[in-house]
Write a protein that binds this ligand. Structure first.
Ligand code: GTP
Ligand code: MG
Length: 349
């Protein structure tokens, strides 16, 4: 049984419409990986996903150190409350990726403190944490340093939510580009073992989060919401009532600001429209899908109203980024797709 070097799927040569198809018997890669790697062309959607229970079941049977990869941009979506319950008796090393997307003014110590604090909130016990450096090379060095101490001869299984950056991290550690990575969640299709001599690494399919903006929008719109360069925080000073529409994806109203500062940490391709709360409903109706785009596949929104709970509070929308608010605000009203998760947390940065 030959498997694809890029995504781990079993190769087959008969049915071009099925997973694992390769037109050539001597190829190391399936056609889907080949096209993703060379043309950034997604042959078929992986939105149906891989059963997360199967991934956990298989890992539970291994004698392995778990690297749980968290995307620092999409941090809340990368975490899993009570993770140790799914992985009893496993040592978990957290590796934060996509550091390069965050502002450089924030130190790794501060990020580490934030991550460990959130691990505690979410009942996750870890044996170590690495926030990867500004670039893959530097990051790899730090990960190897941790592995020297923590692996204790065991296999190293790289797990995490879909799109967290598992395969990219492994390519960095292996210093080659053998594993397929792409912006589409669900790139890696099966367990994929790589021996280096000193270590045995196992890449795994991402645990698909179903309540993220990445699943709520059409695949063609992922390039608008997934940051492909450093975030440029957008700062607004607000007085009285202010309403913000992020594309046609989310609307956030700040009621009675006196004054408040609102900072958007989202990809700059996501256009933000600011106006008064008065008339915001009409503007949303008028511009939805036109000026306010992209929009989610389903026009089914829900609303949450909160008071500002922390001095500096983040409103996190899974898959899209977050908005940090400080100063005086009486109430915050978030309108967002019903099938997307949002979180209010103490500010990350
Ligand atoms: N800027 C930046 N992008 C990254 C980094 N790591 C991964 N990415 C991007 O994130 C996207 C997902 O990366 P993958 O390595 O395919 O993620 P994965 O966790 O293996 O995803 P699945 O196999 O779908 O579960 C790709 O577009 C990568 O280029 C990083 O450190 N910095
Ligand atoms: Mg992968």
């Amino acid at each position: 049984m030959t498997t694809c070097k890029g995504c781990g799927v079993v190769l087959q040569y008969d049915n071009p419409k099925d997973l694992g198809y390769s037109p050539k018997k001597d190829s190391d890669y399936c056609q889907r990986c080949f096209r993703l790697m060379h043309y950034d062309d997604l042959q078929y959607s992986m939105k149906t996903g891989i059963n997360p229970d199967t991934v956990f079941e298989k890992v539970r049977e291994m004698d392995a150190l778990v690297i749980w990869v968290v995307d620092l941009f999409d941090f809340e979506a990368s975490m899993m409350e009570g993770l140790n319950r799914h992985l009893p008796n496993k040592d978990i090393l957290i590796v934060g990726t996509k550091r390069d997307l965050l502002p450089e003014t924030v130190g790794n110590e501060k990020l580490a403190k934030f991550i460990l604090g959130r691990c505690k909130d979410l009942n996750i016990d870890v044996v170590g944490l690495v926030v990867t450096g500004k670039n893959i090379e530097e990051g790899s060095k730090e990960v190897y340093h941790a592995l020297n101490v923590l692996s204790k001869g065991r296999d190293i299984v790289v797990m995490g939510k879909a799109n967290a950056g598992k395969s990219t991290l492994l390519n960095g550690l292996l210093k080659d580009n053998r594993l397929t990575s792409s912006r589409y969640p669900g790139t890696t299709l099966d367990f994929n073992k790589i021996e280096t001599g000193k270590y045995t690494f196992i890449d795994t399919p991402g645990i698909e989060g179903d309540k993220t903006m990445l699943m709520a929008v059409e695949e063609k719109d992922l390039k608008t919401i997934l940051p492909s360069r450093k975030l440029k925080p957008l700062v607004f000073q607000c007085r009285e009532d202010q309403s913000f529409a992020v594309c046609g994806l989310v609307r956030i109203d700040f009621i009675e600001c006196n004054p408040a500062s609102v900072v958007f940490y989202m990809f700059d391709e996501c256009k933000i429209h600011r106006g008064k709360v008065e008339g915001a409903d009409e503007r949303w109706q008028k511009h939805y899908g036109e000026l306010y785009k992209p929009v989610p596949m389903e026009n089914d929104f829900t609303k949450t109203k909160v008071a500002k709970k922390f001095d500096k509070m983040d409103i996190v929308i899974d898959g899209l980024g977050w908005v940090s608010v400080s100063g005086q605000v009486k109430e915050i009203c978030v309108t967002y797709p019903r099938n997307v998760n949002i979180t209010f947390r103490k500010a990350m940065l």
